[in-house]
Design a binder for this molecule. Structure first.
Ligand code: M6R
Length: 367
């Protein structure tokens, strides 16, 4: 059932190109210019009436929501808040009938996420679910449901579910942008063209897995490291850090690159690995200067960069991993893949149970 792979996690990492295609399938118009989400029952008037969106989820699904926030805000210009589900209910969130609450859950059974959904409905909000399981509690109770077509995910560490959730957010963002006329048709069509290239681009990253195995082998000798990035790179950094902690038990922290000098830089010492994501063109110079700061203090830096930037970045880092060129907005769907592989190979190098890490369950049905 592992289809020749040593672990479910590796199999699921390699299933991502298919998961991307399946999640997009049937949701793009024949001419490739529009997103069609028949599963959304909101009228145009209801969509125009959304004043605020709250994205609520746990763990990796929450990290997908962090990317989702940027996607929706930049495409549809609706303000988005993100909350970890276990915090949401206890902060007296302001939920009004013109709030759209989006819960994200692979399993659709996470207790805190389900409780958040119920709290939102009690307060009169419309609830949309992004979930991988048809017929799950979350899918049954939400008003609108976008099913990610990742297929069953067995490994405790979530990989293809996360990236399929990103695809769902891209589709939703484009759908809202079209309805609200915040972006024109040509622009939307261009993003869809770039999205269609993602599966092949992921394949080309997977072809370079052996490079990442070497990176992971050297990381596995350390007990501490940092992931840094700005904007969506910071969101992906948080996911990369969680993945590594969860299955390799190596401590890491994800930091907004510009925030380092407000305290954390004190922890940078000779030889400490820093994984820096630098895919967002607008923030490129800024992140590069943060990389130089950690490098000057002895960090060993691996930079995840856009192909074509090797020349400029090579002087400031120790190692580079280039992802294929895409739109900045779509980069998370590529840049997370090397981080998943690093986590996998680090866990493997340390001899841990990759698919069933200690203390964790696949589906957390207790609060
Ligand atoms: O099934 P869900 O998406 O609601 O699960 C949420 C988290 O428990 C889950 O993403 C967890 O963080 C993963 N084990 C991370 O890999």
């Amino acid at each position: 059932e592992k289809a020749g792979f040593d672990h479910f996690m590796l199999k699921e990492i390699y299933e991502q190109p298919k998961a991307y295609r399946d999640t997009m399938m049937g949701r793009i118009s024949e001419d490739g210019r529009k997103v069609v989400l028949k599963e959304i029952g909101m009228t145009l008037e209801q969509i125009q009436g959304i004043r605020k969106i709250q994205i609520v989820a746990c763990g990796t699904a929450f990290h997908a929501g962090l990317v989702g926030k940027t996607v929706i805000e930049s495409l549809a210009r609706i303000p988005v808040e993100t909350d970890v589900a276990s915090e949401y209910r206890y902060r007296s969130p302001i939920i009004t009938p013109d709030t759209l609450v989006i819960v994200v859950s692979q399993s659709g059974e996470t207790a805190d996420t389900l409780a958040a959904l119920r709290e939102a409905k009690r307060n009169g909000a419309r609830v949309m679910a992004i979930t991988n399981v048809v017929g799950s509690s979350v899918a049954r109770e939400a008003d609108d449901v976008i099913i990610t077509q990742a297929g069953p995910e067995i490994a405790v560490a979530s990989t293809k579910a996360y990236t399929s959730q990103l695809i769902a957010f891209y589709l939703l963002g484009l759908y809202l942008a079209d309805k609200l006329e915040t972006r024109d048709e040509k622009w939307i069509a261009d993003v869809l063209t770039a999205m269609n290239q993602l599966p092949e681009q992921v394949e080309s990253i997977l072809d370079q897995a052996v490079v990442l195995k070497q990176v992971a082998d050297s990381i596995s000798k350390h007990s501490n490291l940092f992931f840094i990035g700005r904007g969506m790179d910071f969101a992906v950094a948080q996911e990369g850090s969680l993945k590594l902690k969860e299955i390799s038990y190596i401590h890491s922290e994800a930091y907004a690159a510009g925030e380092l000098k407000h305290g954390t830089l004190a922890l940078i010492e000779d030889g400490i690995p820093v994984i820096a994501l630098i895919t967002q063109e607008e923030l490129y110079e800024k992140t590069l200067s943060n990389i130089k700061e950690v490098k000057a203090r002895g960090a060993h830096v691996l930079a995840v960069i856009n192909a074509g930037h090797e020349g400029e970045v090579s002087k400031s880092v120790d190692e580079m991993f280039a992802i294929p060129r895409t739109l900045p907005l779509l980069a998370p769907a590529l840049s997370v893949v090397p981080l998943q592989l690093i986590a996998y190979y680090a866990s493997l190098a340390l001899g841990h149970d990759v698919d069933k890490p200690r203390n964790l369950a696949k589906s957390v049905t207790v609060e």
